[in-house]
Design a protein around this ligand. Structure first.
Ligand SMILES: [Zn+2]
Ligand SMILES: [Zn+2]
Length: 808
């Protein structure tokens, strides 16, 4: 028998390698194994077991790491699908499924080889010195040796190895994380021990008193660690003497991130008619045991979480378990609380802010079936949850579900759908502002649309329907005309003042993603677009040109506005710090907190800032996107959006959709309490369809505008995109190499006769330089970019992002 193995090699490879399975070893997909690799041993995961080898000269697989398969076959299939769909190395995809600390670094050791004494005569000084170091150490890891011997030792080492004086061996680094084991000492027969202690105390001997003290300590504590027991007087001889009443054993301690937190249990809420209808649909799907996907479109505050909880409750009665995804780690505490109150002790949390030890333990506990649901950001999708029946993605439109900065560049929503197909599970996508593509799929495919059209607010006794907050759009062009150059319009200033006077809370939101600079007319709000790609042009300061970063078309900067002939075409951009400064000088009496990535770097800071605001320890909350996402702060009556334009003019096809989503989510923060709420949006382009739709909470009109525009240009969901990015250190190399690859790809499209596929670019990336590397993009747009890219091997330094959520 032969095994196809994905190997944890340093070179990322998309394919598997064939090994012969030694007699007596029973392997199946998902087993973790050791395999030979050159002259070293590496770790791998069995992907397939076959009777005939895919490769004739297969070597013997070395050993199995664990008797039990580490990953279930359906998860192995998921990794294979991801590797194929996202054109990513297979082991990168499998890595997502592995427990923390599993991957071990291959290390090279050297030791002195046997040699005749006289042969060392002609060694150079560095070689002699190095040989002495190696001899003294016995066996030493190469990197440690080089650190000790200093620069220049690499050459001496190579020479010693070549002359056969030093031999190499290969090992894997020790695991960085493993189960935490504590040695516990406890009494096996407390009654007998108690009597024994009394007898010894009565004897009055020194040794007798020692024994009595030790037993008393054990009686009091029930169990002591070995160190504590030693301090209480335990010695090896006492341990032998008390063998019949004292046990010493190694026990695994669970590192539980939720330890010490208690959630008072809460019963099921009474559902509204709409909620109940949604739950019924999901429940009947769960009962069929086959895959289906639901899009739960519920306006902000419509009680989507109650639907999730009831769906999970139903899944549990069927003996199934669930995975619940939230957009950000910052939001997990709130969600955990809602789920843990309803299902005490049955909910796990899994995310990268946990210590490696906690991640390791939670992973194994989930696999062993200790929990019924796991909650976390996108990576929690890969938790080894057995009996999976339900996957819930809250705020499914959020961009954080896409992994952008590392391979595989997967989207958790798409990957969930695949996992649910493989496991026969039900997928529930929830949002107040569904992704345009999700909504399209719900209308034109087998997905089912569920809706919660009315907002509910808490009253003293229960919930009652309430209107969505009123939205006022302030035209910043008018402010400028009337001489107001502050970042606050008159309406927003007055709003904040009256809130402060009434002791109500204000949350204000600015979008700082605006790293690209674009030009906007201060008189009419006009922003220049690329004529062929319909994305905002990026202003390049040094050459004073406007550039389309999709297709690289360049435009001269007009001296006057093409729309209104006004003279003020300017750059825009605002940061949270600047807004905070202005708020402090303008409203010195208000207590202000800032919530963005810079102020929430440490563990637990998210919770601390939120708690402070919830306790009304601050009057004004200033923040970026995070403020917008799902936080329920009842006392907020006014939300101000300082500038809607930065999001609107990001050079991206989804900027309109994105702006609408942000504004709706931000508006959703206002008026959750009984006092109602108001939203003020400041903009230079009040007539833009995304702003108009947001001001009326009109998702449908936004959706129709977006779909029309995308169909015209062949953008998703009508076509697919795959940007290739090249980021070398040299500026000229970046440009020349991307031009060469673009030509090559165009020729391949012709040669293979692939229909409906365009190659756009090359163009400098939106962020043209990151960490000293010049970035260029080539954009593949069409029905199936994989038809071209699956068989193309790109040179080193290129990365592919299949189905990107933005092109940067
Ligand atoms: Zn203008
Ligand atoms: Zn263009």
């Amino acid at each position: 028998m032969y095994a196809e193995v994905a190997v944890n090699a340093s070179a990322p490879l998309r394919q598997t390698f064939t090994y012969r399975i030694p007699e007596g070893l029973n392997l199946e997909p998902g087993h973790a194994v050791y395999v030979p690799w050159g002259n070293r041993t590496l770790q791998g995961i069995v992907v397939d077991v076959t009777e005939s080898p895919a490769f004739a000269d297969a070597r013997d697989l070395e050993d199995i790491i664990d008797e039990q398969p580490l990953i279930s076959p359906d998860r192995v299939a998921l990794a294979t699908w991801m590797s194929d769909h996202y054109l990513a190395p297979l082991f990168d995809c499998i890595s997502l499924l592995l427990p923390a600390g599993f991957k071990r670094r291959p290390l090279t050791y050297v030791r002195r080889a046997f040699w005749a004494e006289g042969e060392t005569g002609d060694l150079s000084d560095p070689e002699t010195e190095l040989l002495r170091l190696i001899s003294d150490a016995g066996e030493i890891e190469v990197d440690a040796l080089k650190r000790r011997a200093g620069t220049g030792s690499a050459r001496a080492l190579t020479s010693l190895i070549r002359r056969g004086m030093v031999a190499r061996t290969y090992k894997l680094a020790r695991p960085t994380v493993s189960a935490k084991v504590v040695t516990n000492v406890r009494l096996t027969h407390p009654g007998t021990a108690g009597k024994l202690a009394n007898e010894h105390r009565a004897s009055g001997s020194k040794r007798g008193l020692k024994i009595a003290t030790l037993i008393d300590a054990l009686l009091e504590a029930e169990s002591l660690t070995l160190a504590e027991a030693r301090r209480a007087g335990l010695t090896p001889s006492l341990r032998r003497e008390l063998e019949h009443v004292v046990s010493v054993s190694d026990e695994t301690v669970l590192r539980d991130p939720l330890a010490g937190r208690s959630y008072p249990p809460r019963g099921m809420a009474l559902l509204t008619t709409d909620q109940q209808a949604a739950v019924d649909e999901i429940a009947s799907s769960l009962e069929t045991g086959s895959h289906s996907t639901f899009l739960l479109h519920g306006v902000t505050g419509s009680g989507k979480t109650e639907v999730y909880l009831a769906a999970l409750d139903h899944a549990l009665t069927l003996g199934k378990r669930a995975i619940v995804l939230v957009p950000e780690i910052a939001l997990t505490p709130q969600t955990i609380r809602r789920f843990a109150e309803r299902f005490p002790g049955r909910v796990a949390v899994l995310h990268s802010d946990l210590s490696p030890g906690e991640q390791h333990d939670v992973w194994y506990e989930i696999r062993n079936g200790k929990y019924d649901a796991v909650i976390g950001p996108r990576g929690a999708l890969f938790a080894p949850m057995p009996d999976l029946g339900l996957v819930i993605i809250d705020e499914e439109h959020e961009w954080t579900y896409k992994q952008q900065d590392a391979s595989p560049r997967y989207h958790a929503r798409r990957a969930s759908e695949e996992l649910c197909k493989l496991t026969g599970s039900v997928l529930v996508l929830g949002s107040a502002t569904p992704d345009v593509e999700s909504n399209f799929a719900a209308r034109h495919s087998s997905r089912k649309l569920l809706s919660l059209p009315s907002r509910l607010i808490k009253t003293g006794t229960g919930m009652r329907p309430a209107p969505l907050p009123q939205v006022e759009v302030v035209d910043l062009r008018d402010e400028l005309k009337s001489g107001n150059r502050s970042i606050f319009s008159r309406a927003l200033s007055q709003g904040i003042e009256s809130c402060l006077a009434a002791h109500e809370q204000v949350s204000r939101f600015i979008n700082r993603r605006g790293t690209a600079s674009f030009l906007q007319c201060r008189d009419c709000g006009f922003t220049p677009d690329c004529k062929s790609c319909a994305v905002a042009l990026t202003y390049h300061e040094p050459e004073s040109r406007m550039v389309c970063h999709y297709c690289n078309r360049r435009y001269a900067v007009p001296t006057t506005c093409p729309e209104c002939s006004g003279p003020r075409l300017r750059q825009l951009g605002l940061g949270t710090e600047r807004v905070e400064e202005e708020v402090r000088s303008r409203f010195p009496q208000a207590r202000t907190v800032r919530w963005d990535r810079d102020t929430t770097k440490g563990r637990g800071l998210h919770e601390a800032i939120l708690a402070r605001f919830l306790a009304h320890d601050a009057d004004i909350l200033i923040g970026t996107q995070m403020v917008a996402k799902g936080l329920d702060i009842p006392a907020v009556t006014l939300v101000g959006v300082v500038s809607a334009d930065i999001a609107l003019h990001l050079p991206d096809i989804r900027s309109g959709e994105r702006t609408f989503q942000l504004l709706e989510q931000v508006a959703g923060r206002a008026g959750r309490g009984e006092r109602g709420g108001k939203v003020i949006i400041q903009t230079y382009t009040p007539d833009h369809y995304a702003i108009q739709a947001a001001s009326k909470h009109d998702y449908q009109s936004l959706y129709e505008a977006e779909i029309g525009f995308r169909q015209k240009l062949g953008y998703p969901p009508f076509g697919r995109l795959a940007p290739l990015t090249f980021a070398p250190a040299g500026r000229d190399q970046a440009h020349q190499e991307s031009a060469r690859v673009t030509q090559f790809l165009r020729a391949e499209v012709d040669r293979l006769g692939i229909p409906n596929l365009d190659i756009l670019g090359p163009a400098p990336a939106l962020i043209p330089r990151i960490r000293g590397r010049w970035r260029w993009n080539v954009l593949v747009r069409g029905a199936d970019p994989g038809a071209l890219l699956r068989d193309v091997t790109l040179p080193r330094g290129w990365s592919i992002d299949v189905d990107p959520i933005s092109i940067v």
